[in-house]
Write a protein that binds this ligand. Structure first.
Ligand SMILES: *[C@@H]1O[C@H](CO)[C@@H](O)[C@H](O)[C@H]1NC(C)=O
Ligand SMILES: *[C@@H]1O[C@H](CO)[C@@H](O)[C@H](O)[C@H]1NC(C)=O
Length: 575
């Protein structure tokens, strides 16, 4: 174990100095140390290309979507009894794929790209099928039958509009009420970026095709259903992505913007125009930037991951966004946090408008038709029971004005966490809300393209800004492969995927912070507390009993204060 001091490298400093430096201190563990300490289990996998991890808490299984394989293993110990469903592309398709000039190893295989829980008994899974996407309902019970099985072509269905052809196009999907919402490129050449809804009883519906005002080279990151009111007719599905920004294009060439877009769940398209196309699709820019020395903002323009943290207020989740810079020279990564109400406000703002090909995008100042485009049809609160009944001018305006003017800015108008000029970039993000001895913390788990997991918290500071504190850096993949998937299970395990396989990491290991109260407190890990004898996991109910038993005088934090650094410990209390 190494204790890193970011800026200083003192020999064993005094406790006072330790306290002073405490927000520059974090713990680093190598893969070997993590395994030795019993904190990490690894399941090496040969298939490579691990795209997604899906925990099934009821059955205690973890599903793993890879190249040509769907895996099921134990959620309690991934090394126990992994089961494999082999699902290759059909040999004919592989031949055609090779004839089309694609590479057999890199492209002409079945890269699983959609892995969704469908109902209590089935998963819905799609793969690229050597540039011929296929999907299948897979009963979770099949994994009981044998250790190794094969899914035949006849057990699959057409995956067009559900899964991309090209495995290297970023894709996002979600099953909502038995329907699949998918952000994909839906053609062989990957020119048709689209957001689809399929499966279920309703007609397939999508974004306008080859219309750059709707989507342009979109790389999809996350699809999520979010309700904003108590009226289910108003429910929307959100999609987060990065695309080429048509409103910024010009002399500078290609400019990337990250976006949040949404559609109404009850959208069934227009009647005369936008037939089987979304009639409520709208999008806004999400900004994550820092001011540079010249006063210009440096933008983290490429969205990599989104984590939606639902708190007590179900209508107002926090949206954590993980961004990187598209430049490889800078190697910049950042986490920005957005409030749902700020997202919703952007969608209530003004529209952007383009008069013609030679004009620039500008605020639309004319009369917006009624009902305002983007409004979900509601027979309870409005006079339209379906989007097909909307007046032609509403549909026409929707088709030509999908873009809103207002930007969605992060909390505090700056990132929560920034890394620049390091030898890695962030790739995945998860957040766990933890009740600690001194309040509630959001603990960030960040995967990097160098096989690391960073564990970090943020502490509020004066002037309303927050300060990031890295608690640990954990090398969960020995060969430093990029983290491609992460999942959390019941506040205990973090599952991490890369082309090396799956790693299962305990979220905390309190005893490693040391034998003394001060060391335990200094680690600032919200999962841990000094219980009077040892650094141990904080259990909200157990703690209360202990505290009563020990009495106020024996409060562990008070103990630590007595040992030194009063001022620092007070900060713990302020949070
Ligand atoms: C789940 O969906 C599958 C595929 O449509 C269906 O065959 C199965 O009966 C469903 N299971 C339940 C419990 O509804
Ligand atoms: C950026 O990160 C890559 C690995 O992702 C590394 O090879 C490269 O050296 C880094 N560049 C800088 C300037 O740190």
């Amino acid at each position: 174990m190494l204790v890193h001091l970011l800026k200083f490298q003192p020999s064993l400093p005094t406790l006072g100095l330790m306290l002073y430096l405490c927000h520059m201190l974090f713990f680093f563990f190598s893969t070997a140390e993590l395994i030795q300490n019993g904190r990490l289990l690894t399941l090496p996998l040969e298939a490579g290309d691990l795209h997604s991890l899906l925990p099934d808490e009821d059955r205690r299984r973890l599903y793993v979507a890879m190249k040509d394989n769907l895996l099921s293993t134990s959620l309690d110990d991934i090394t126990q009894n992994p089961r494999k469903l082999f699902w290759p592309a059909s040999p004919d398709r592989v031949q055609e794929c090779l004839m089309a000039g694609k590479d057999s190893e890199l492209d002409c295989a079945n890269f699983l790209r959609v892995l969704q829980p469908f109902n209590q008994t089935h998963l819905y899974v799609c793969g690229t099928g050597a540039f011929n996407p296929r999907c299948a309902f897979i009963a979770t019970s099949i994994f009981h039958q044998a250790e190794y099985q094969t899914l035949s072509y006849s057990q699959t269905e057409c995956g067009k509009g559900k899964c991309p052809y090209d495995p290297f196009q970023k894709t996002a999907s979600a099953v909502v009420d038995g329907e699949l919402y998918a952000g994909i490129t839906s053609d062989f050449m990957s020119r048709d970026s689209a957001f689809f809804r399929s499966l279920g009883r309703r007609h397939v519906i999508r974004t306008e095709q080859y219309d750059s005002t709707w989507l342009q080279d979109a790389q999809f990151v996350r699809v999520a259903p979010l309700s904003e009111t108590d009226n289910p007719e108003d429910d929307k599905v959100y999609v987060f992505f990065t695309e080429r920004a048509q409103e910024a294009e010009g002399a500078a060439g290609k400019v990337l913007y990250s976006r949040v877009a949404r559609v109404c769940k009850n959208d069934i398209g227009g009647q005369r125009s936008l037939v089987n196309k979304w009639s409520t699709f709208q999008k806004a820019r999400m900004v994550c930037s820092v001011p540079g020395p010249d006063g210009l903002q440096t933008h983290f323009d490429q969205l990599q991951d989104i984590f939606i943290l639902h708190g007590k207020d179900k209508k107002n989740p926090l949206i954590y966004g993980l961004f990187t810079t598209s430049s490889d020279i800078l190697n910049g990564s950042a986490v920005c946090v957005y409030r749902m109400e700020d997202v919703v406000r952007a969608f209530k703002g003004n529209f952007l408008h383009k008069e013609g090909p030679q004009y620039k995008w500008a605020e639309f100042t004319g009369k917006v038709p009624y009902p305002r485009p983007g409004t979900c049809p509601s027979s309870t609160y409005g006079s339209y029971s379906s989007t097909r009944e909307y007046p032609d001018d509403v549909i026409f305006f929707s088709r030509t004005h999908p873009l809103l003017q207002e930007h969605v800015l992060p909390l505090g108008e700056r990132p929560l966490l920034v890394r620049v000029g390091v030898h890695y970039k962030f790739s995945k993000l998860l957040v766990d809300r933890v009740e600690a001895v001194d309040g509630t913390y959001d603990v960030l788990f960040i995967g990097t393209d160098s096989g690391l997991v960073l564990k970090a918290i943020h502490l509020p500071r004066e002037h309303g800004q927050s300060q990031e504190v890295t608690l640990e850096q954990l090398q969960v993949f020995q060969h430093k492969s990029p983290v491609t998937a992460m999942a959390l299970s019941k506040k205990k395990w973090l599952f991490v995927g890369s082309r090396e396989g799956v790693s299962q990491l305990a979220l905390y290991q309190c005893e490693l912070y040391g034998q003394a109260c001060a060391e335990c407190c200094l680690a600032r890990d919200p999962y841990c507390t000094w219980d009077g004898h040892a650094c141990s996991p904080y259990m909200p109910t157990v703690r209360r009993r202990n505290a009563r038993h020990l009495g106020e005088e024996e409060d562990p934090l008070t103990q630590c204060v007595r040992q030194g650094g009063e001022e620092q410990i007070q900060r713990f209390h302020q949070v």
